[in-house]
Structure formats: C-alpha cells, structure tokens
Design a protein. Structure first.
Length: 537
C-alpha cells in the first residue's frame, strides 16, 4: 500500500477536470466564452421598483432549473426534483446547475467521483447566503406578528389596557405615542399602531391563557409503541389540536407558525450538502465563506485537501442570489455602487461596482490518480493558492496584507514576476482600482497583460473570482486574453501603464496567469494558474 506522502500530487500541482457557470448573460462556460469574446457587457438596468427602475445596472444570471431537471430525475427520481423545486432556493439550484455542467465535461467523471467517494470533498461557499429566503421568512414573520399583536392587544383582550383607557391605571413605562395624533394611512401611523400593539400584547391576560393552552398541547407525548410512527402520529395530533385551538379562539395564526421551514433548508452549507446527495458522495462537505474572496478560499481548501493526500477530487465553488434590492441599496449607501444607470468599467470613472448573482463550480483532481484513469484537465493546472488578511480596513485594501498572499502564492507555484503573462484584478470600479494597480506593480513584468471583468459580469459577490478565473483559464488555453470591453480612451488619467490594460483581445506571452481577489473584511486570495500544454490535452 502506498503511503499518504506517496499518494500526493507531485510538486503540489492540481488539475482542473470540470467546470460550470451560471452567470449574467451566460448559462454555461461556452456561453461565457462567447459573451466575453464579443467584448459585450451582460449588465442591464434593474427593473425593481424599489431601485428606481433604470438607476442601477445589475447582472441577473441566465438560468432555468428545468434545464437540469431531467438529468437529476434520471438519477434521483421525480419526487427528488419536486423537493428541489419546492424547498430549495435559487442559491442551491444555481450550484446544482453549475455542478452538473462540470460533471458533464468528461464522460467518465461522474463515475470516478463516486469511485473516490469519501475522498471527494465538496466546498461550496456564498458571499451573502440566500437573501431571498431570509427576506421571505422575515417578511412573513413581520406580517404575522403585526396581525397577532393587534388581535391580542385590543382592550377587549387586555384588562390592563381597558383600565388605562378608563383612566384607572398609569403603567410604567407609559405607552408609546397615540397613533390617532398622526396622519391617517401615513407610514408613521402604521408604525405607531404596531408599536402600541407590541406594548400592550405583553400585558394581555387573554393571550396568557391562550399560551398556557397551546403549551399544554405541545406537552402531549407519543406512545412508546413503534416509537418512530408514534412520534409522527403525535406531531399530527398536536398540529390538529393547535389548529382547533386557533379556530376556537378566532385569533390569527401564531407568528411562530408563519415562517416556512425552507429557511432552514437553505442555510449556507445547503448547496454543498445537496451536491453530495445528488452525486451520492460521502466525503466532507461544507461552506467556506470569505466575502468576495470566497472562490479563492474554496480553491485553497480543496487544493490543500488533495495535496495532503486526503482527497482525490474536490468540488469547489460559490453561489449567490440574483441582485437583491436590499444588497444593492447597501452597496449604494456604502458609496461603492453608482445610481446613474450607466455601466462603470474598471479603471475608468471609479464610480463603483454592479451587483450580480449566479454560481461557479470547478472540479479539482489529483493529477496522477486522474491520469491513471484516463482523465485529462480541461482548464489547466492550479499551481498555487494563498490567503492573507489585510488587518487594516474593511473595504480599502492596503499593500501590506495582500502582498503576503501574493508572495506566498508565487512561492508555492515557484514563479516570479517575469513568468506572469496575464493577471486578472479584483477591480471593482472604485478608487481602490488604482491602489490595486500599484499593489501588483512588483509582481508583473513589462509584457504582463492586466484584465478586469466586473464591467462585463458585475460583482457576483463570491462568484466573481470563479467567473474571472474561468475567463483567465480560457485565455491561457488560447494564449490570448479575452476582451474586457474596457475602452482605452475612457481609462482614468491616473492609471499607470495603460498599455498593459486589456480592452479587446490581446496576445499573452506565456502559460502562467494570476488572479487576485480582495474580499470585504480584508481577506485576500491569490491564485496561480498554468494553462494546459498541448501534451496535457
């Protein structure tokens, strides 16, 4: 039997054996390549009324779950597909779609993933989580709470309020402002009603009686015979009794019954967990989170597991929601997203970035193990990944922190500045772009070409690093950086070495590419890729 050390990849090199994307204007990798080669932007004005339609350019992913339903049903059945439709939000669905694309890249890959089984780790992170499921739950809870409080806070159900309104008591602290003093139908009046109801509901004696009866129902125990069936039977019996109690009293449904359990099924690790269930894998699965550097964090964790000999494959990636109005608003309030309707390209007006959503998934593999089974890389080689923390500012990168990640990644990959043919920057279209150009000056050479793509695909939160790395790998394969759509006549006057910036397609001199990701909170990921040589194909 080979030792753990002998089973490790030589020189830490890890292959990329499959990939899939769900991105603005691109439902798969061929569509992504076509979009980028055209030099077009996939960003469009948001039509959300809460975003002042037309003010914010965003990137909505090109995705339909129905494209993948037959593939899933063939393996897991129609009932499983139905559960994915009804219980899983789009974060999970995006990740499943991108994973299926990656698995389909090579005919034997699916079977080999199962052969690896416990030695296949799944790492799917998210920048912000499934905001839509969170918002739906919060909205449902808020509506139900307002109706609930209004019912139980009425004087007929709250003796203390009756006495107060009759001038018989003076509670401490006193009730909030009387809604009657505010304009009818005004938002302030609605909020004042809710505040007054919330004040009195905690003093409602009839509510206390209801809660005692509700708790008594919850204490009903299951029979000890056939415990599992008895447990389910007891749950159904309690639910029937509780519904009967609500109907008897005539109150609205309790707030704690208004939130869908889908909130639980869509927590951060759900995409990774669903991938293991879909592919019948039993290795570790979890959700790395590193803000805008999450794809790099996932690559680091997956590559390390393979290099240490703990895994033969690592399914790594990210998934984030469609442009969420609350997130767009937060970015605008942070002064890093323009609200003028224009698309802001990196290195130009420096007005800010554009929110987008979707997914990106790569399948990494032990090259020796994969070669023995006839697999060849589709995206070249991952030769170095390093992480560091900025430890200075939550969004504005310094030089100190990111330099550490770049130096370690170069050391890991055994490269120097002279080897770098192309470097793709994080470049969010803010003044930080200029800092980033200054940061990498010591890590590139005069022939290194510089790309940045958030003007084409938007800031996909965690996904951007994956989309941009995929574009980088596609360019390395053809030895020509794909167009970015950046106009040279629009570059900011303070951009150094404008001749290095890629606008249209540009020949690159060598197989080595570098990707930099700078995450909110100061986490940096630096990735070194080597394009596949003809002998690798």
């Amino acid at each position: 039997m080979k030792s753990s050390h002998e089973s490790r990849p030589p020189d830490g090199r890890v292959g990329i054996y499959g990939w899939g994307v769900v991105a603005p204007g691109a439902r798969n990798v061929p569509a992504l390549e076509q979009l980028l080669r055209s030099g077009r932007s996939a960003l469009v004005p948001s039509g959300c009324p809460e975003l002042g339609p037309g003010l914010f350019a965003v990137g909505a992913p090109d995705f339909s779950f129905e494209d993948y339903a037959p593939w899933i049903a063939e393996r897991r059945g129609d009932a499983y597909v139905g559960r994915l439709r009804s219980k899983m939000g789009e974060n999970v669905q995006f990740a499943l779609g991108a994973t299926i694309q990656a698995v389909q890249m090579q005919p034997r890959l699916e079977a080999l993933l199962r052969e690896a089984d416990e030695q296949c780790t799944v790492l799917i992170g998210s920048g912000v989580g499934d905001l839509y499921e969170t918002h739906k739950a919060a909205s449902a809870l808020d509506r139900a709470t307002r109706a609930w409080n209004h019912f139980w806070a009425r004087p007929s159900r709250c003796s203390e309020r009756r006495r107060f309104e009759a001038g018989q008591t003076h509670p401490v602290p006193p009730p909030p402002v009387d809604p009657g003093s505010l304009d009818v139908d005004s938002p302030e009046r609605c909020d004042a009603v809710a505040a007054l109801d919330a004040y009195w509901v905690s003093r409602s004696d009839e509510l206390r009686g209801f809660l005692e009866r509700f708790a008594a129902i919850e204490r009903m125990e299951a029979s000890h015979e056939d415990l599992e069936n008895a447990h389910l039977s007891a749950i159904r019996k309690r639910l029937r009794a509780q519904r009967a109690l609500v109907e008897e009293v005539g109150c609205p449904p309790p707030p704690w019954t208004a939130v869908s359990s889908n909130l639980i099924w869509n927590i951060q690790n759900a995409p990774a967990a669903q991938i293991t269930m879909l592919l019948d894998l039993h290795g570790p699965a979890w959700a790395p989170v590193g803000a805008c550097s999450t794809f790099g964090v996932a690559l680091k964790c997956g590559r390390d597991a393979i290099v240490r000999g703990e895994a033969k494959f690592a399914i790594v990636g990210t998934t984030d929601p469609r442009p969420d109005p609350a997130l767009v608003g937060a970015f605008h309030d942070a002064r890093v997203m323009p609200g003028n309707g224009d698309i802001n390209m990196p290195f130009t007006s420096l007005r800010g970035t554009h929110i987008s959503g979707g997914s990106c998934v790569w399948i990494l593999g032990d090259p020796r193990w994969c070669a023995e089974r006839g697999l060849r890389p589709v995206g070249g080689w991952l030769e170095g990944v390093a992480l560091s923390s900025d430890a200075e500012h939550i969004i504005t990168p310094s030089k100190r922190g990111p330099r550490r990640a770049i130096l370690r990644a170069y050391e890991e990959a055994k490269i120097a500045a002279r080897d770098v043919a192309v470097i793709d920057l994080h470049a969010t279209g803010t003044p930080g772009d200029l800092n980033e150009l200054a940061l990498v000056e010591d890590f590139v050479n005069d022939q290194t070409r510089i790309t940045a793509r958030k003007g084409q695909l938007g800031h996909g939160m965690a996904n951007s690093g994956g989309w941009e790395l995929t574009a980088l790998a596609l360019g390395l394969a053809s030895r020509a950086a794909l167009p970015t759509g950046i106009r040279m006549d629009a570059l900011h006057e303070r951009v150094p070495h404008p001749e290095r910036i890629v606008g249209g397609s540009a020949v690159i001199d060598g197989p080595v590419g570098v990707k930099l990701m700078l995450g909110i909170g100061g986490i940096t990921a630096c990735v070194v890729l080597r394009g596949a040589e003809p002998s690798d194909e």
